[in-house]
Structure formats: structure tokens, C-alpha cells
Design a binder for this molecule. Structure first.
Ligand code: GUN
Length: 293
């Protein structure tokens, strides 16, 4: 069993980006600038946004955090988005999800300028992705593709099961892996909460991408020997023995699945760090596109 080390791989990608940024600086070019809007004080979201800002500093990007209270109105949020849309210094920005219940998520995502939508969540980018046109790929599926590629995992003709149909992970993952591309050309089955006899699909799969948000759901008796496992889940499970009062668990029961797997991502240190690296990659792309215009 080989661990798909997202921490190391994301470090490699960040180093590659840092080299490009230092060249930009040498040539007196503007460095990429990523902004993030955070609404509210959800612990996990604060951690993720903090990690994104920290990663920007590490590679030499400029970053801006727009930190808004939980009771921010949709109108105020839309005004903040418009400011970033028109701020020529900002190359790309994200609105951290989930948003508070009183805000219409799709309306907000639609308000982002698609050329600055480095999360790839705008309908224009989702449509372009589906049609295999140049676009910003959503960072988590992009990170999974990159991890599979860098570990030379064959996907062509393989049976891939994607578990979960979220707009952010499962749905784009299923589209991307069925396309003619590196880490693509797979026969993809998307399973979800209404799927009957789920294990009958997972037991046949060569590669399983798990993104359902239920901790330790996929167990050893649901997979075949030699399977490749990519665990996108990360949930806080209460644990009184930990200082913080919780531990982080994936959607895969690592102890029972890992012995049967040929490759498997750990949680933490698997897909999570890759998401951040790919967001930086998209921001770099947004900034160079801007300079070409
Ligand atoms: N919430 C969970 N994952 C993501 C992500 O990739 N981007 C944003 N904006 N919010 C998220």
C-alpha cells in the first residue's frame, strides 16, 4: 500500500509556483493577488480560509481577506463581490462556502466575474468544464486529478466510482474523469444517498473517490483488493482524549480499507492540501491571463 501524500505533492506544486512568482518579481511584474470572502465564524471555514491566506504568503502572492459577520445581508455581500470584480489589483477571489442560510448561494456564485472565479463555481466555468473548454477547474477535483497524475495512476479504461454528487466535488469529479484527459478516460459511476446496494458498485471499482461527508463510511468489506482510494471527506469527530476536543476523520475507515488498497490518501494530509495548491495554480493562471489581455 502506497500513501498518496497530498502534503508532499502540494509542497512540490507550491515550490513550482514560488519559482514562477520570484521570476515575476525579478522582472518587476505584478505578483498574483488572491482575495477571499468569509461570512461568519464557522470553525472549519475559518481554518480553511486561514490556510489559503497562509499559502499565498508562502508562494509570494498578495492576499486579501474580507471578513464579514454572520448576519451580513445578501446585498452587502453582493456589494463586496462587485468591489472585487472591479478591483484590477485582484486577479482572483473566492467566497468560502457554506454561506449562512439567509444567503442564496447560487445567486452569490453567479455574481462573481467568471474571469476571476478561481474556485470554478460560476455557471460559465462549470459549463466550460463540461464542454472541455479552457476554464478554472474546481480546486478539489483538480487536486485529485493532479495527485493521480503525479503518482502515475492509470485511469484509462478503469472503473471509477465517485461517491457523492455535490456541486463542489462529486459532480465535477465524475465529469472530469470521464473526459479524454490525463487522469481521465475512465468508466465513471456516480453513486449517492439514493443508490441501492451501494457496496455492489464499490466492490467492483478500480478507483473510488469518496466525497459524501459521513465519517468512516467506506469500510474494508466494501472494496476489492488493489483498489485506489481517494478520500475527500474531512469531518470533526468528538474525541475527549484530544486537546481540541475532536479528531479529523475522512469518509473512509482507514484501518480496514488501507490493507486492501494499492494507493490511499491519508486524512489529514491527502486531498486537503492539494485543494489549496490548485487554488494557487488557478490564481496564477488568472493573473497571467490578465497580463496577456
Ligand atoms: N468549502 C468547501 N470547499 C470549498 C472550496 O473549495 N471553495 C470554497 N469557496 N468553499 C469551500
Amino acid at each position: 500500500m502506497v500513501l498518496l501524500d497530498g502534503k508532499k505533492t502540494s509542497g512540490d506544486i507550491k515550490s513550482e509556483i514560488a519559482i514562477v512568482v520570484s521570476e515575476m518579481k525579478k522582472n518587476n511584474k505584478k505578483v498574483p493577488h488572491l482575495a477571499a470572502i468569509l461570512v461568519g465564524t464557522d470553525g472549519a471555514s475559518m481554518t480553511y480560509v486561514g490556510a489559503k491566506v497562509k499559502a499565498c504568503k508562502l508562494v509570494g502572492f498578495d492576499s486579501t481577506l474580507v471578513d464579514l459577520p454572520a448576519d451580513t445581508s445578501e446585498e452587502i455581500l453582493m456589494a463586496e463581490i462587485e468591489k472585487l470584480n472591479t478591483n484590477t489589483d485582484v486577479d482572483g477571489f473566492i467566497v468560502q462556502l457554506p454561506l449562512p442560510k439567509h444567503i442564496d448561494e447560487q445567486k452569490v456564485l453567479k455574481a462573481i466575474n467568471p474571469d476571476k472565479d478561481v474556485d470554478g463555481f460560476h455557471p460559465t466555468n462549470v459549463g466550460r468544464m463540461s464542454l472541455d473548454l479552457p476554464c478554472f477547474l474546481p480546486a478539489t477535483p483538480f487536486g485529485v486529478l493532479e495527485l493521480l497524475e503525479r503518482y502515475n495512476i492509470e485511469t484509462s479504461g478503469k472503473d471509477v466510482v465517485v461517491m457523492g454528487r455535490s456541486h463542489i466535488v462529486g459532480r465535477p469529479m465524475s465529469i472530469l474523469m470521464s473526459q479524454k484527459r490525463k487522469a481521465g478516460d475512465a468508466t465513471v459511476t456516480l453513486v449517492h444517498s439514493r443508490t441501492k446496494n451501494l457496496a455492489s458498485y464499490t466492490k467492483k471499482a478500480d478507483i473510488i473517490i469518496v466525497a459524501i461527508g459521513i465519517s468512516e463510511f467506506l469500510k474494508g468489506d466494501m472494496v476489492k483488493e488493489g483498489v485506489v482510494i481517494v478520500d475527500v471527506g474531512i469531518t470533526r469527530v468528538p474525541d475527549a482524549t484530544k486537546k481540541k476536543g475532536f479528531r479529523l476523520a475522512g469518509d473512509v475507515e482507514f484501518a480496514s480499507v488501507a490493507p486492501k488498497a494499492s494507493f490511499i490518501t491519508p486524512v489529514p494530509g491527502g486531498v486537503g492540501p492539494m485543494t489549496i495548491a490548485m487554488l494557487l495554480k488557478n490564481t496564477l493562471l488568472a493573473s497571467t491571463r490578465g497580463q496577456e489581455k
